[in-house]
Design a protein around this ligand. Structure first.
Ligand code: NOJ
Length: 739
């Protein structure tokens, strides 16, 4: 008898444990169960509804009357509303005026900073510095959480290999591994160790999935890729975000294998929940349930809601599809109550984890807001991050750094005085007025000693070349000319695809004419995508890729231009010679007819090289490094493989510098073809002039694994080449054989 009671208790105990989640304690789970028992179906659907406020618009529609919806419990989450007091008032309505008083969760696109703006994520990825990426996200979270926010729609972890796609600026670029390590750093930075810490926010891995594979780089366009590419290239950063503990996922706008992501059971349930065990909730992207009608997979909104709910979407962003249809769909047995309950439970768990049931106003403190936003520390971090994100693409005759003793400097281009363009897209509450322009950064660095002349030259877009003669005249009188060129910040980001990735307007012509003066020409680029720089590369003495560097961008650029800091960034994405080479990325397959100039019938173009202008991983600094001969030893047992690789790296130049030592592998023969290079590890190495360091790497079976022909994940025995160097063309090689 006692024994059976004990067994029963044990079973019950285990059962209670099972009901817990990574986000909640047993007591909280019970509170959620009790709360849900009191909720009407309409109130449950309310928790599954997210509306934008009228504060900011980040999509095609705006709703009126969302305050009324809060009051009636028809909405459980709000986005595009921020600041401690504004959100406090909305929270008050939800907590004090609704029947059950369930707190709202407030989301916003805090992608690279809230008010203190860090470089765009593509630029941050160019630092290859996961420690600072995590720190930057931590600061962004601290500011956001002080401004009444609980949830950021970041990180964007879409692998992006098409420079035409405006959203390449939002992620970590083209590579799977770099994408994974950046995803981990950003999730950890935003969420910290504990969501209950009121200085953290819950992160959102987006856009699930394969949004970056939009055909022809046109935003929202069709995606058609194999299950193998999906799993090997596009999904791993999401899996890493999940392993790092990300609390929410956002669906993408695109279809995957004929089914839009927001109605894709294979993605949202088979893979995300069942295979990966995701605990947290899935939100759609903006009106993407509604968009399944034009996609042509459902005939009306009711069907769209049914498809989304049954696929595994927990929260409907802005589309009001659940709001208008879900109660009926449940009543008609088209969506089960269990599915709704599951979604609501996931959402309430995150609200618990954020501490909102303890104190719904814990993120709404005016003093906290005053003390934690745009602080001197945060601005200093933004400057450091911006410096690390800059990539020196060319530096003939050591044109850079310029001596601060320079007498006359011409600064050309309207981007040089633009504060707004330092921000880049998705700049949350970042303000142009708070940014240091390139010209101001230069003037600050030079002080009163030098004569700095600014002229606009040509506008960024348009055909007006009338300013060129004056710019040329100024260049003739100057000791050096800095041309700030590129794209306006609105030319990348969402809904900002381009077919032409050359420098827009007459900027290339301006640069060529400035070069003809014989004065050294330094081109500083502001842009959110790889540009085809073929037209100007021979007409610039130095080229510094500055992306959109954020709040302290002007100072960071000056730090590098005048040598207070040595550039260390490396391209996280390939820069093509021309748009016709796209898609172009380093870890391509070899083909059966790899390039051979002596043979017409090999894989190449008649009118263009196969090589990019600047490869993935590339970036110069003010010193040089040499690489010794790599050595590798393999230790193999029945169930593990360790490859220890070492290489000597020497700073062969005259000043200190940082090298990003990159390790690539090639699996020579596989049951399916393997890329010619795969980045598997890298290390940031800071060396004084003349200093040498032995850099060690350790690879495991996981690093050699891939989706084999039978779709199982694992390694195959055989020969592997390992390449180490300072970009994806690395030539230092060592080969190993795995048995
Ligand atoms: C649409 C974008 O695709 C997504 O990234 C963003 O988070 C939402 N709008 C909300 O602004």
């Amino acid at each position: 008898m006692y024994k059976s009671i004990l067994i029963l208790l044990l079973v019950l105990g285990i059962h209670t444990l099972e009901a817990q989640s990574r986000w909640t304690t047993a007591a909280e789970e019970k509170a959620i169960t009790d709360l849900m028992a009191q909720m009407t179906l309409a109130e449950k659907v309310g928790q599954m509804t997210l509306f934008t406020s009228d504060w900011d618009q980040t999509g095609p529609t705006l709703r009126e009357g969302y305050r009324e919806d809060i009051k009636t419990g028809k909405v459980g989450a709000i986005f595009n509303a921020h600041t401690a007091d504004y959100n406090r008032e909305l929270q008050r309505i939800s907590v004090e005026e609704t029947r059950l008083g369930i707190p709202l969760i407030f989301g916003y696109d805090v992608v690279h900073g809230y008010r203190t703006i860090f470089p765009i994520p593509l630029g941050e990825a160019a630092s290859w510095n996961v420690v600072s990426a995590q720190e930057n996200a931590r600061i962004a979270a601290r500011e956001a959480a002080s401004a009444g926010l609980h949830w950021t729609f970041a990180p964007m972890v879409d692998v992006a290999r098409d420079a035409r796609w405006g959203r390449v600026m939002e992620g970590a670029g083209e590579d799977v591994y770099l994408g994974q390590v950046m995803a981990r750093a950003r999730v950890k930075g935003f969420q910290g160790d504990d969501l209950a810490d009121p200085f953290t926010v819950v992160a959102c891995a987006k856009h699930f999935a394969a949004y970056g594979a939009a055909q022809a780089g046109r935003d929202y366009h069709t995606v058609d890729i194999s299950e193998r590419s999906l799993r090997e290239i596009y999904l791993p950063p999401f899996k890493t975000a999940l392993d790092a503990g990300v609390g929410t996922f956002m669906t993408s706008f695109n279809e995957v294998d004929g089914v839009p992501a927001s109605g894709n059971h294979h993605l949202l349930t088979d893979i995300l929940r069942n295979e990966w065990g995701f605990e947290g909730f899935v939100v759609t992207d903006y009106t993407s349930i509604n968009e399944m009608i034009p996609h042509g997979i459902v005939a009306n909104e009711a069907e769209a809601g049914e498809l989304a709910a049954n696929a595994g979407v927990d929260m409907d962003m802005q589309g009001a599809i659940y709001y208008n249809n879900l109660v009926d769909q449940v009543a008609n047995d088209l969506v089960s109550l269990e599915r709704v309950d599951e979604a609501v439970r996931e959402i309430l768990r995150i609200k618990y984890a954020l501490g909102l049931f303890d104190d719904p106003y814990r993120y709404n403190d005016l003093e906290r807001q005053r003390d934690n936003i745009f602080t001197a520390d945060h601005i200093a971090a933004a400057r450091a991050a911006a410096r690390e994100s800059l990539v020196l693409l060319k530096n003939d005759q050591q044109t850079l750094p310029l001596a601060k003793t320079i007498k006359k400097l011409a600064v050309i281009g309207p981007l040089a005085i633009s504060q707004e363009d330092m921000l880049g897209a998705w700049h949350a509450d970042g303000r142009g007025a708070n940014c240091v322009s390139v010209l101001s950064g230069i003037q600050e660095a030079l002080g009163k000693g030098a004569a700095v002349t600014y002229l606009p030259g040509v506008p960024v877009v348009g055909d007006d070349a009338t300013g060129i003669p004056a710019a040329v005249a100024a260049a003739k009188l100057a000791d050096a000319v800095i041309v700030v060129a590129g794209e306006n910040w609105t030319m990348s980001g969402e809904a900002a695809s381009r077919t032409d990735i050359n420098l827009p307007g007459r900027q290339a012509e301006l640069i060529r004419q400035l070069h003809a003066t014989g004065t050294p020409v330094i081109v500083v680029l502001l842009n959110g995508r790889p540009l085809a720089l073929t037209d100007i590369v021979d007409y610039a003495d130095a080229i510094l890729e500055a992306w959109y560097p954020g709040t302290a961008g002007g100072q960071a650029i000056a730090d590098i231009v005048f040598g207070d800091y040595a550039p260390a960034g490396k391209l996280p994405i390939t820069f093509p010679r021309s748009v016709g080479q796209i898609p172009i990325y380093y870890n391509m397959k070899n083909t059966g007819r790899p390039l051979d100039f002596a043979n017409k019938y090999t894989s190449k173009y008649l009118d263009e090289s196969n090589d990019p202008l600047f490869p993935f991983g590339f970036g110069l600094t003010y010193t040089t490094f040499s690489f010794g001969t790599p050595e590798a030893t393999v230790e193999q047992s029945r169930d593990s493989v360790t490859i220890s690789v070492s290489i000597d790296v020497t700073n062969t130049g005259k000043r200190a510098g940082r090298e990003v030592v990159q390790l690539y592998i090639r699996d020579l023969v596989g049951s399916v073809t393997r890329p010619v290079r795969e980045l598997k590890a890298f290390q940031l190495v800071d060396l004084a002039a003349g200093e040498r360091q032995t850099v060690q790497f350790s690879l495991t079976a996981e690093d050699l694994s891939f989706l084999r022909r039978d779709m199982s994940w694992g390694m195959e025995p055989g020969a592997f080449d390992i390449f180490i160097g300072n970009d994806s063309r690395a030539t230092q090689r060592v080969s190993v054989v795995i048995e």
